[in-house]
Design a protein around this ligand. Sequence first.
Ligand code: G3P
Length: 224
Amino acid sequence: MKRIVTFILINLKSYAEGTGQRAHQIATMAQSVSEESGVEIGLAAGYIDLHPLSRHFEIPIYAQHVDGVPPGAFTGHVTASAVRQAGAVGSLLNHSERRLTLAALEAGLKALTEEKLSSVICTNNEATSAAAAALHPTYVAVEPPELIGSGVSVSKANPEIITRSVAAVREVNPEGKVLTGAGIQSGECVKIAVDLGTDGVLLASSVVKAKDPGAVLRDLVSLL
Ligand code: G3P
């Protein structure tokens, strides 16, 4: 089944080019491309940039991780309540660069749900996608780790993982939303992913490290 709303989530990671003033520039371009195209574009920003970005922009701002603890006597933790108060609408969980135990993942998801925040659980294959779907996050985002940051797109190099993950998620939860990522860099990559049944894509380096992020963003939405 082809879904109508496509979501493009840009993970700014901890790249120097994804923080501070440069994060602000990317957000400016993302908001303008989103308004022009009607495609939903969000940013998953570092904690320090959450409030500056959410205060200035209408596009959805996500955190990259939350700890599954309530507000309280926890030093050096970031709670779902804190990211909500900073203006974030949700968070990634279990990114390939921030893997969690199953217990920590469940606790992080519970914390997000209690704060009425969106959740994007990252996975690495169809089996973990099915397991993540059983937790009922807002999105499952499947990314083959070997293609992350490689410049080689999952849509072209491993479309089967997308097809199999979409099927695995929808078998567990027919309404489950699926993103895919790793090496996504063009409108063609996005179109293939959506045609294979996803609700959008999760990507980082092609936008964050681009000389002209606006041009890449316009290309990403060009075939939708
Ligand atoms: O979170 C998105 C990410 O892991 C994919 O990275 O640089 O391959 O788009 P990239």
